[in-house]
Write a protein that binds this ligand. Structure first.
Ligand SMILES: C[S@@+](CC[C@H](N)C(=O)[O-])C[C@H]1O[C@@H](n2cnc3c(N)ncnc32)[C@H](O)[C@@H]1O
Length: 271
């Protein structure tokens, strides 16, 4: 199981999909008490980067996962805009961005229906809704959104260039694509080429691997405690792997730069 988690992205998509479903179902089964709302590795930045908001007590345990969203979202003024998130997972990022930055609507899409149901039950905020759908075939008309958010999800897709084309299609002219994911160094150029081919303009790309590694170091104890309190012993090592705690194979891959982590801001040209 641990090996499957480490090598997940290299598996053929017909195996990846049921495995991902199984993983989600395990999380839903064992996640009792305060529900976990994030499935990302987090980001540690200096206080200046996040001086525009102050987390409430109840959001503090998710500080690093929230900071990844705040970092990715930094080039868009959410106020009064229509936002789409693709691959919203357990909804913590969607909830954070909606509660703190007040878009008019925030539509959060995920492929997993049970996760979508969980999110609609657990996250309530003005304008926020969770829907089921596929990243490669977004169920929306052209030019509906001022921004599309995508955090640590695209690497799971079968057709990443197809997803990027869909993002361009649903963005309004001038709209932003706010994107971050782990990327193997040998795949970086091809991802950037696919992004450029869509016709979206690259506003900024940033190597955020040091920020992600630092977040994992700082959050390891919290992640382990959370896993130990919820997950039966025989599954804990796989969950440590999934959570990227210090000492896991995933953490080592980050620490030795076998896998990178990048954030991107792109903009759809006005014409
Ligand atoms: C690692 S999780 C990240 C979730 C969330 N963005 C976060 O940072 O907590 C990746 C998410 O992408 C979703 N996903 C995978 N393939 C998808 C697809 N083809 N279309 C939509 N969502 C997908 C998964 O169901 C999962 O919830």
């Amino acid at each position: 199981m641990k090996k499957l988690v480490i090598n997940y992205v290299e598996l053929p998509s017909r195996i990846r999909k049921p495995l991902w479903r199984l993983w989600h179902n395990l999380i839903l089964k064992y996640d009792k008490g305060r529900p976990e709302s994030f499935l990302n590795y987090g980001y540690h930045g200096d206080d200046l980067e996040f001086s525009h908001f102050r987390l409430s007590e109840e959001d503090l345990p998710d500080k690093y996962s929230i900071q990844l969203y705040a970092h990715v979202a930094r080039h868009h003024d959410f106020s009064g805009t229509n936002v789409l998130e693709v691959g919203s997972g357990r909804g913590g990022g969607a909830s954070f961005l909606t509660r703190y930055f007040k878009p008019q609507t925030y539509t959060a899409l995920d492929i997993n229906q049970k996760t979508v149901d969980f999110c609609n039950q657990h996250h309530r905020a003005q304008g926020l809704k969770f829907v089921q759908g596929h990243a490669e075939k977004l169920p929306f008309d052209n030019e509906q959104f001022h921004a599309v958010v995508n955090v640590e999800s695209a690497r799971c897709y079968t057709d990443i260039p197809g997803f990027f084309d869909e993002v361009k299609r649903v963005l309004k002219p001038g709209g932003k694509f706010l994107f971050a994911d782990m990327i193997r160094p040998e795949d970086y150029d091809s991802i950037v080429n696919h992004l450029k081919k869509t016709g979206l303009r690259i506003v900024e790309t940033k190597d955020i691997l040091p920020n992600v590694v630092e977040a994992l170091k700082k959050d390891t104890e919290h992640r382990k405690q959370m896993i130990n309190s919820k997950i039966p012993k025989f599954l804990r090592k796989s969950f440590y792997e999934f959570a990227g705690v210090e000492g896991s194979g995933r953490f080592k891959e980050f620490d030795t730069r076998e896998i990178g982590y990048w954030s991107f801001t792109l903009e759809k040209p006005l014409n």
